[in-house]
Design a protein around this ligand. Structure first.
Ligand SMILES: *[C@@H]1O[C@H](CO)[C@@H](O)[C@H](O)[C@H]1NC(C)=O
Ligand SMILES: *[C@@H]1O[C@H](CO)[C@@H](O)[C@H](O)[C@H]1NC(C)=O
Ligand SMILES: *[C@@H]1O[C@H](CO)[C@@H](O)[C@H](O)[C@H]1NC(C)=O
Ligand SMILES: *[C@@H]1O[C@H](CO)[C@@H](O)[C@H](O)[C@H]1NC(C)=O
Ligand SMILES: *[C@@H]1O[C@H](CO)[C@@H](O)[C@H](O)[C@H]1NC(C)=O
Ligand SMILES: *[C@@H]1O[C@H](CO)[C@@H](O)[C@H](O)[C@H]1NC(C)=O
Ligand SMILES: *[C@@H]1O[C@H](CO)[C@@H](O)[C@H](O)[C@H]1NC(C)=O
Ligand SMILES: *[C@@H]1O[C@H](CO)[C@@H](O)[C@H](O)[C@H]1NC(C)=O
Ligand SMILES: *[C@@H]1O[C@H](CO)[C@@H](O)[C@H](O)[C@H]1NC(C)=O
Ligand SMILES: *[C@@H]1O[C@H](CO)[C@@H](O)[C@H](O)[C@H]1NC(C)=O
Ligand SMILES: *[C@@H]1O[C@H](CO)[C@@H](O)[C@H](O)[C@H]1NC(C)=O
Ligand SMILES: *[C@@H]1O[C@H](CO)[C@@H](O)[C@H](O)[C@H]1NC(C)=O
Length: 369
């Protein structure tokens, strides 16, 4: 009884250590990109990576400085390009059966943006095409919108991000039933832009976040000696690239979550975190889930413990940090209520949560200072 009262009182509260999983630092010293990377890795976690527009805003809001500043994005000059989905958090999973590379329409050209017809194909990003926006607000189950307006890929992405959420991204959206219905209701076959693009840019810490905020008026992806990315603080933070040897101030990020690669039972993990760091991790929204799932990929066990446990006496799941269990990411078959059950995230695949017996030995996430 006392516990449930405690939970109610804490509703809507935000602890000093659980409001955020990472923070940005602006360093005013002028350094080359590689010196800046060394500085960030030694004193924080790494050069700043940016997950979405909200991240970009908090980074931009940190300083009144109006100059250029390095971020953690660099060009992988070995020429290897990788495909990404435009919608932050949707992972691109290589699968050749989604593509038909022999289907080439001469007017679409070939390039670094992805279009959908019967299968996916690459087309020149400058080509004008109708496009499909995804809207997370789900008006009466509708999430996909066909925009019958010929736009190049960048313009289509802008339109979707402004008026909806993003270009349609991921196989669930692009190959799902709603998309099939949309194509059938249109009648004839059509080519449309979807949220696929490829580039050779990489984040310093190795994560494959797909967010890009290039200033298309200034950024030119063919000047091959400008291989480090900067944010232009006098152009609302939009990005361009410059020669890595130039000296600029820079942004670092400081991770507040650590993946402990030791194999422990849930209870051992809890005490380990409380002893050495702060606590086992809570995940209370989609952004937090997406931020940590990137890290789960480095685990040495197939699952990673979270601070979510089932109480047998009261009959509900609770976060050990006392946060309210509102956001959930259970696998559809993975949850069993029961005594001695705690939650663990899949290290790979869709990073869903599963209930697991406490005595399993898994890696785990802790909050740290
Ligand atoms: C960095 O360089 C700029 C321009 O060269 C200069 O105005 C600024 O004072 C320098 N900042 C520091 C901390 O040295
Ligand atoms: C870490 O920060 C300290 C103090 O700000 C600085 O003196 C040191 O050079 C930094 N480390 C690196 C590798 O730059
Ligand atoms: C950034 O600052 C603007 C204006 O001051 C504010 O509206 C916005 O909420 C801030 N964003 C973040 C993520 O802090
Ligand atoms: C980035 O690298 C690719 C090859 O890996 C090259 O084609 C492109 O021009 C480079 N862009 C910049 C801005 O350096
Ligand atoms: C690849 O895509 C096809 C068709 O969309 C699907 O049936 C298959 O399961 C996918 N394979 C993998 C390994 O995801
Ligand atoms: C790929 O496109 C070509 C040309 O339109 C077509 O003949 C072929 O059947 C397509 N292949 C698949 C697997 O859809
Ligand atoms: C895309 O369209 C916009 C506006 O219509 C234009 O300003 C921009 O230059 C175009 N970009 C490309 C790559 O064609
Ligand atoms: C939305 O979909 C669900 C299940 O697919 C269905 O039960 C519900 O009636 C649908 N709502 C509307 C407004 O179409
Ligand atoms: C949003 O939609 C309206 C109406 O379709 C369109 O005129 C406008 O250009 C769109 N906004 C952006 C930023 O594309
Ligand atoms: C980008 O840079 C290349 C090489 O310096 C140049 O040939 C090209 O015209 C530039 N493109 C734009 C749009 O400025
Ligand atoms: C980079 O390329 C530009 C234009 O091609 C040239 O002016 C500049 O000297 C080059 N810088 C280096 C360090 O090679
Ligand atoms: C943890 O267990 C995995 C297998 O589940 C094993 O591959 C790994 O080496 C173990 N790690 C440690 C530190 O014992």
């Amino acid at each position: 009884m006392q516990r449930s009262l405690f939970l109610l009182v804490l509703l809507g509260q935000c602890f000093f250590f659980t409001c955020y999983l990472y923070e940005y630092r602006f360093i005013t010293e002028n350094k080359t990109w590689h010196e800046a990377q060394k500085y960030c890795r030694e004193n924080y976690t790494d050069l700043a990576k940016v997950f979405n527009m909200a991240d970009m805003e908090s980074l931009y809001n940190l300083t009144k400085n109006q100059r250029e500043a390095w971020i953690g994005l660099y060009n992988n000059t070995d020429g290897k390009m990788s495909w990404h989905w435009s919608l932050p958090g949707v992972e691109y999973i290589e699968n050749n059966s989604n593509w038909n590379l022999s289907e080439i329409h001469s007017n679409e050209g070939q390039g670094n943006c992805g279009r959908d017809r019967d299968k996916w194909g690459n087309a020149s990003c400058a080509h004008g095409m109708w496009f499909i926006c995804y809207d997370e607000k789900k008006k009466g189950n509708k999430t996909l919108y066909l925009i019958k307006d010929k736009a190049n890929w960048t313009r289509a992405q802008n339109y979707c991000r402004y008026n909806h959420t993003d270009l349609a991204s991921g196989t669930d959206q692009v190959d799902g039933n709603e998309m099939k219905d949309l194509k059938i209701s249109h009648g004839e076959r059509m080519s449309v832009w979807i949220g696929l693009f490829r580039d050779s840019w990489r984040w310093s810490d190795g994560s494959d976040f797909s967010f890009r905020y290039w200033d298309m008026q200034l950024f030119n992806d063919t000047q091959s000696n400008k291989t480090c990315a900067m944010t232009l603080l006098n152009r609302s933070g939009k990005w361009s690239s410059d020669e890595c040897g130039k000296e600029k101030p820079f942004f670092c990020y400081d991770d507040k979550v650590i993946l402990v690669k030791e194999n422990k039972t849930w209870e051992e993990a809890l005490y380990y975190c409380r002893d050495k760091y702060l606590d086992l991790l809570s995940i209370t929204n989609l952004e937090d889930q997406q931020w940590v799932q990137e890290k789960a990929k480095n685990a040495s066990t197939p699952f990673v413990w979270l601070g979510l446990r089932y109480t047998c006496t009261l009959g509900f799941w609770f976060w050990v940090t006392d946060e309210v269990v509102e956001y959930k990411n259970w696998d559809s078959d993975g949850t069993t209520d029961g005594c001695d059950m705690s939650a663990a995230m899949e290290s790979r695949g869709k990073h869903k949560w599963f209930s697991k017996l406490d005595n399993n030995l898994f890696n785990f996430f802790c909050y740290k200072n």
